[in-house]
Design a protein around this ligand. Structure first.
Ligand SMILES: O=C(O)CCC(=O)C(=O)O
Ligand SMILES: [Fe+2]
Length: 207
């Protein structure tokens, strides 16, 4: 980890991909952690997704708004996407792109990474909207791998996402393969009250 050694600066690792380190103030991060804990106490708990081939994802996931399963969005909504979270997504996009462009997310995927959890390279392509994906990270720092739009392999760029970081991928990067090959256990500020990593992606499903 480079924390403390190199300044973490805003970067555009690929066209349409923007990383804004430390975008969320610490108090806001704490509120989001509490909210994510509350979501898990709602009608639909966090659960491990079973892939069509029988594999089980190591992350624990929960959907707000439209429900995603591999590889489609289901009809109907089990838990509403809170208006304040959609608004946070708009603010995030305005920060990253200078304009929220009318972004109207109707779904949030909340992923919890316990120690050792990872996410393989994939595309977010079940949405029927070209709107960007807005990602917020909380807790332990991870390696986020932003690949190309052709396949899971190189070229790719590894970006460290720490608590409070905003990452947006849209435009030419919207359908880039991406994944989380590694989470650095125990790197979160203990005052955050979270062991592991949380990631929230806000999306427009266009459905
Ligand atoms: O955890 C992350 O940073 C990425 C999550 C992701 O790619 C997804 O939920 O589709
Ligand atoms: Fe994804």
């Amino acid at each position: 980890m480079s924390e403390g050694l190199f300044p973490r600066e805003r970067a555009e690792p690929a066209p349409g991909a923007v990383h804004v380190p430390g975008w969320l103030p610490f108090a806001r991060q704490r509120e989001l952690v509490a909210a994510c804990r509350d979501f898990g106490r709602g009608p639909v708990p966090y659960r491990q997704t079973v892939l069509p081939g029988g594999g089980v994802m190591s992350v624990r996931s929960l959907c707000l708004g439209r429900r995603w399963e591999p590889y489609r969005y289901l009809d109907g909504v089990a838990v509403e996407l809170p208006g304040w979270l959609a608004e946070l997504g708009r603010e995030a996009l305005a920060e990253a792109y200078g304009d929220h462009g009318g972004f109207a997310p109707d779904t949030a995927l909340v992923n919890f990474y316990p120690d050792g959890a990872r996410m393989g390279m994939h595309q977010d392509r079940e949405e029927r909207s070209a709107a960007p994906v807005v990602s917020l990270s909380l807790g332990d720092t991870c390696v986020f791998r932003l690949g190309n739009t052709q396949d899971r392999g190189r070229p790719y760029t590894d970006v460290e996402l720490a608590s409070g970081d905003l990452f947006v991928f849209g435009g030419p990067s919207r359908f880039a393969y991406h994944g989380v090959p590694r989470v650095y256990a125990g790197t979160a500020d203990p005052a955050l009250g979270l062991g592991g990593r949380l990631n929230i992606t806000l999306r427009e499903t266009g459905l």
